[in-house]
Design a protein around this ligand. Sequence first.
Ligand SMILES: [Fe+2]
Length: 204
Amino acid sequence: MNQVLESRPQTARAAVAPRAAVPPARLAHVVFRTSQFDALVNWYTTVLCAKTAFSNGALAFLSYDEEHHRIAILNIPGLERQPDGIAGMHHVAFTYDSLADLVATYERLDKAGIRPVTCMNHGPTTSMYYADPDGNQVELQVDNYETVEKAGEFFYSPAFAKNPIGVDFEPADLARRFHSGEDETAIKMRPDSEARGLDSLNLR
Ligand SMILES: [Fe+2]
């Protein structure tokens, strides 16, 4: 019995050393409630190349990476559509590894009849915004800078002070430039713009 107790040093450590405040290791998942269950499951599995890890018709867990589910969808009949002008989450963003992946995804979804509602170069990211069948906005993006530090510096640039929102672009034009072989850094460089504020955004 003594040997068993002695094999639990972690318990003893925890008792004498209180942990410092700890942030989460990662963002785990997003859950949507919907009355269009099949439509939402189809949309998110298509857009994110996700697999349905589990579904019983009342709830579905969708997975596209090492996490058991990144998206969950709850089937709740009779829900009202979200009105504009309420507080809450604006959008969920997913990052791709490369501009090639983002362009390929745009083209794949375009063929499936799923098109972005707006596209913007924010500076730190090149972003395409989609709306799911319930109108929840989903951003598909690629980082424009090699490092987080470089992206962070942009927040303190004169360009960001003048326009912290971003510069609109046409996704087909972005795809054309990419396929032409144009330098990716040039494609992802946010162009100069006029002053722009939050009032120019569709905040719902
Ligand atoms: Fe975003």
